[in-house]
Design a protein around this ligand. Sequence first.
Ligand code: NDP
Length: 251
Amino acid sequence: MSETVTDYTARADLLKEKIILVTGAGDGIGREAAKTYAAHGATVILLGRTTAKLEAVYDEIEAAGGAKPAILPVDLSGARWEEFEYLAQGVDQEFGRLDGLLHNASLLGQRTPIANYHFATWQQVMQVNVNAAFGLTKAMLPLLEQSAAGSIIFTGSGVGLKGRAYWGAYAASKFATEGLMQVLADEVDGVSNIRVNSINPGATRTNMRATAYPAEDPKSVAAPADIMPTYLYLMGDDSIGVNGRQFNAQG
Ligand code: NDP
């Protein structure tokens, strides 16, 4: 069952001294989440495939007086297990633990019937949206265990809760994402300080939304900043004890 916490208000220092990794941090919702987490006191680790975009977010965070972020330029479509291990070693050496992991990076793939869907595109979407999220989670789990209260947030979608024609691998990948969230949440339940939940952002003004709905007026949908209450709630200690649940970031 979906839940909402859209009226949540975070205190200014909610994420003070927390180390939080955000994937797809260079643009769209991930960029907003990284900046919002930094504005609430976190040291953010910016992971994404376009270094120039990550550097721009880095500069914005520094200019706003946030803690110095870290940048991890990684293309998740080609990432192998060894690379995730290597990333975890780097985070371990730099910070010694991880308090939060926001799986946000995703590919849209094609909007076309299954009968026409390209096999290679299907594999690429599943690689970035599901396999990479699994690999990064597995690699980071020991570091999340070092946190007093580690939070993992997966990003779902409406078409990952109820399938819809022409959404192909993207929809299937988001169902898989909910499945991964639920399995891991059940595994950590009662035996770990880690909690695991998912957010369906809802229609949000980003490049991905514009690609999926080219005829839509972008101003008619929420801005990334509008949906941050749910991202803050699940990342901060106010959600300790909340585990295995699926949230809609819009009402
Ligand atoms: P965007 O396409 O605007 O941003 C996605 C980010 O992920 C970009 O920074 C992109 O990098 C990065 N990314 C994509 N592929 C890779 C890769 N192979 N390796 C590393 N980084 C990668 O999407 P949104 O901000 O709209 O979406 C964020 C999340 O929210 C996604 O999980 C999406 O499925 C979900 N969502 C979005 C909705 C919406 O209406 N916007 C609705 C429902 C769910 P780069 O900038 O370099 O391209």
